[in-house]
Design a protein around this ligand. Structure first.
Ligand code: ZN
Length: 266
């Protein structure tokens, strides 16, 4: 059985403006297996629409995940912002559950002056949110691409020991950018996975431009951040992984990634 699913963030370029269902059908037609529904600029679906989308995705075997709004900040000095952020995640999770998506991905927070305070606030908020969402959905805490954002590998690993229902979302472009180009060899990719115990991972991948340890922009796949290294680790360790392509070429690069996985699988 193929444990590695490959898909894209949002609607494929070929179906821009044509809606979710046309997008999902197209991904199936070209041989991809997953879509991350982008609520990044707002939760644009209600329960009825989500159910319909979920039924089609299930029929076609397209695995769905959800990306919560970018406005989330669980460590603000303003209580109101924390409450609003929790609500963004809870509402995203509700719609996710309706469409059969099992993970809500989000960037947890920006650092306060004291990183321990930041961690405590994020942990407390995740605990509350985790209790509010239905059991079929997991909180996907994403590794972030900027120095001022909460979300290093160690922070997420530590959070997982404190709070249930968390799955790490490994955004390799973010990790690479934040480490100012730290993922060069296959061993570098192995070290990322070795921070965690489980065998199930949700992954974001794209080429990336960065400077001074901060992500600047997504670019097409290239040899600097080499997808083949990742593919080799995923295949060798038989991980249950969903890989979401976030390159500007979306489905074109996702198909390339899938080709590389098939090639590695031999
Ligand atoms: Zn993200």
């Amino acid at each position: 059985m193929n444990l590695i699913k490959v898909g894209i963030a949002g609607i494929p370029l070929a179906k821009k403006g044509k809606g979710m269902e046309a997008g999902i059908q197209y991904l199936f037609n070209i041989g991809l297996d997953a879509m991350e529904v982008q609520f990044t600029r707002g939760i644009f679906m209600d329960s009825v629409a989500a159910k319909k989308v979920g039924q089609l995705a299930k029929k076609l075997g397209i695995k769905l995940s959800v990306h919560a709004p970018y406005y989330v900040n669980l460590a603000s000095t303003k209580k109101k912002i924390i409450e609003k952020s929790k609500q963004f995640i809870i509402n995203s999770a509700k719609i996710a559950s309706k469409m059969g998506a099992t993970i809500v991905v989000f960037h947890a927070a920006y650092y306060l002056n004291d990183t321990n305070d930041t961690f405590a606030l994020v942990r407390d908020a995740c605990e509350v949110v985790g209790n509010e969402i239905s059991d079929d959905v997991r909180l996907g805490i994403e590794t972030t691409g900027r120095q001022k954002q909460f979300g290093t590998l160690d922070e997420i690993a530590r959070l997982m020991t404190d709070v249930d229902k968390i799955i790490p979302v490994l955004d390799f472009a973010h990790i690479h950018a934040r480490g100012n180009g730290s993922l060069r060899r296959k061993e570098d990719f192995i070290a990322v996975f070795d921070k965690f115990d489980q065998t199930k991972f949700h992954i974001h991948f794209t080429g990336v431009e960065y400077s001074n340890g901060n992500e600047k922009k997504h670019i097409p796949l290239n040899d600097e951040l080499n997808f083949r290294h990742l593919a080799e680790v995923l295949v060798k360790r038989e991980y249950d992984a969903t890989v979401i392509c976030e390159s500007p070429l979306l489905e074109r690069d996702a198909l390339k990634m899938k080709e590389i996985i098939v090639d590695v699988q031999g």
